[in-house]
Design a protein around this ligand. Sequence first.
Ligand SMILES: [Zn+2]
Length: 589
Amino acid sequence: MADGFAQSVKQQADIVRIVGEYVRLTKGGAQSFKGLCPFHKEKTPSFNVQAVQQFYHCFGCGQSGDVFTFVQKMENISFPEAVRTVAQKCGIPLPKREFSSPEEAQASRLRSKLLEIHEQACLYFEEQLQGPEAARAREYLTGRGLTAEAITAFRIGYAPDSYSTMRDRFQSGFEEEVLRGSGLFSAKEQAEGGSGTMYARFRKRITFPIRNEAGRVIAFTARALDNDEKAGPKYLNSPETPLYTKGHVLFNLDKAKQAIRQFEFALLVEGQMDCISVYMAGITNVLATSGTAFTEAQVRLLARHTRQVVVNFDPDTAGANAAEKSIALLIEEGFSVKVVTLEGGLDPDRYVRERGTPAYIAALRGARRHSDYLIERARTLFPPVTPDAKVKALNFLLPHMQHIPSRIARDEFAADAAQKLSIDSALLRQELKQAAFARRADVRPKSSSALGWSEAEKLLLRALMLPAGQPARELARQRMTEEPSLYEGLAASALLSAFLEAETISNPFDLAPDESSRHLLAAVLMNGGQEIQTQQVEDAFHSLRHSRLERRQRELRRSLAEAELRNDSATVQELMTEKMALDRVLRDG
Ligand SMILES: [Zn+2]
């Protein structure tokens, strides 16, 4: 690419406007703007853009450069591609294309062909939706409350029930490499090395294009029209391609980003249908994670536009779990998060359709702080009426508290939780500290086994903390009483005997005899929560018996070696007998 062209683009491009498309900038000085750096994690802006000298610099991570370097890094593209991208953004006509290497030219050519085939496919599906075969698809969409306007805006289409129609149509316009690379077709590979015939991946499905931040179609998600087994999965997505990486895209970001900046928050929903309904109702700052918990890549993508999120996932268990995971990730990245729970157990799509936009906006206004939501959820999952349930509720909340980067916010959360779960708040703060310690310790590989903190001991501790009468607890108490030698000398033995002695455990930390027991107990509480089967208790004792025998075996080897050195044949004989018996037991399990 001619340097002259790059120079001319640079002169015409305004770095503040171009960077502003990726990073939310606010005026910092007379000629400078600042925002949160897109190249490193930060909570206060240290990323600066100079309007006069036309460069950016981050005081946090030291990255700096001009408009081209910026676009190159953000889009992960080469310099010539960055020049072209900036030129396009500024409406400057492009000269004929040149590349620095044949590979680069090839990759770039494939990318643009893939974009083209996706655009063509999108048009094709849209056209098919108007055809006679798509009557049922249209009926379904109407039934889901999608207007013609929504269908046009989101470019919803229909993939016909045919293996070959789409292929035949596209084969003339695109090379085999592009057809294969697009993910729009599948190929049955033939056994004898020859290339198999290609067929349409999406058949008899309603298609929703997935667009990148620039609004280009890069993949599809397609819903089966039939529910039977033959129809395959309910939703089928494009595979990963040079254009599309799963978990790196936020559905509707291209349409929503303007409004997200304007309203200074993003509304996060689970499904595409939710997203479309809410968007069409006029709430345009809405994004969908597409049915899963947030990924780190998505969080970083969103962080370029806002640090405030309102989460409105489905009220079912899967939705609640996805919401919890997403909240944890967002909080860790310094986002402020609020959560909406809709009345009547409705998802956003149905709520908007049944109750109307004003009601939904009212619900959004009533969004609760994420800490309030989580405390409420802990109270629902483990009603804090018994000491044991309080421990469980606490156990549920502790990891979330730890994710909060700000100490003040963390303490506030802890104080609220203490109050609402009726736990002594000083104690809770103490446990939070211990848990933080345990988490740091957990980062080191195998730290728990280095401490002799075996899975069996952890399980027994958890079993003993169950409410009286629970089969797993009673079995553990019985076995421990029968075979006290089994847990003697273990890292947890002091805790285990304290737990065995206590009739009820209101606060397990009260029973921890020393500092290290407290750390270990915190680690157990962090990971507990699931039910315990009596079989697991039996297995734990089995493994304790086994490891006791192994300890004895090691002792025997040492003693044997010593006895042999001393030429003490009587002792050798005695030890050998024991060792052989022991070997047999260990071998037979
Ligand atoms: Zn930085």
